[in-house]
Design a protein around this ligand. Structure first.
Ligand code: ADP
Length: 201
């Protein structure tokens, strides 16, 4: 069983932390930490392509032919193929190079542009992996702070169709770090009204 923690953001929105595999999520969209080629790769990208089946790669190839490579920080949506999620939003994280090459801004753009793309598809629920903290070596704590703060701010603004954002974290260690960061964000930004929800049995 996946470990899940639920938090309300104000009256209408939610953040969930899930320790598990993003390919099994039933949210309207899941986000892929892709690379610029859009042709699949290792990590979460490989897992999503395997689970979605070949139609995902076909759609990605078409997008690449039309628009070229996807720059870091941008996002583009496809259908979900065989996944339970109806859409996959592909975004390219920053490769960590010590933090002086605009990596924080690029990572924030990944979250903002993915939410905007999901909004275009009128999604109400979306799952994110921990973008850039695998092969791209972004340190987990600052990456988690950008992820949680950016999403809390967007949900607080309430301009999108999205009501629930799940962070689906493969490793227990990363899950624990996100949990710390949600509590830290609740404390530092009382205006977001972040409240842990007890889980019903
Ligand atoms: P990046 O290149 O953006 O760093 P990676 O796929 O290498 O992307 O890693 C991003 C995060 O996704 C890592 O924390 C990795 O452990 C995690 N991950 C790998 N497979 C899955 C999966 N099936 N579901 C959720 N997260 C995953």
């Amino acid at each position: 069983m996946d470990q899940i923690l639920r938090y309300r953001i104000g009256e209408h929105n939610r953040i969930e932390l899930v320790q598990g595999d993003i390919t099994r999520q039933e949210t309207d969209a899941i986000v892929n930490a892709a690379n610029s080629s859009l042709l699949g790769g290792g990590g979460v990208d490989g897992a999503i392509h395997r689970a979605a089946g070949p139609s995902l790669l076909e759609e990605c190839k078409k997008i690449k032919m039309q628009r070229g490579s996807l720059p870091a920080g941008k996002a583009v949506g496809t259908t979900g193929g065989l996944l339970k999620a109806r859409f996959v939003i592909h975004t390219v994280g920053p490769i960590w190079q010590g933090g002086r090459y605009n990596e924080p801004q690029i990572l924030e753009n990944c979250y903002c542009n993915s939410m905007a793309e999901a909004d275009r598809f009128r999604c109400a629920t979306i799952s994110f992996p921990s973008i850039a903290t695998g092969a791209y070596h972004y340190p987990v704590l600052p990456a988690a702070r950008i992820a949680v703060h950016t999403i809390a701010e967007l949900l607080h603004q309430g301009k999108h169709s999205i009501r629930t954002v799940c962070f689906v974290l493969f490793e227990q260690e990363i899950f624990d770090r996100y949990e710390e960061v949600v509590h830290e964000t609740a404390e530092h930004y009382p205006q977001y009204q972040i409240m842990e929800e007890p889980l019903s049995l």
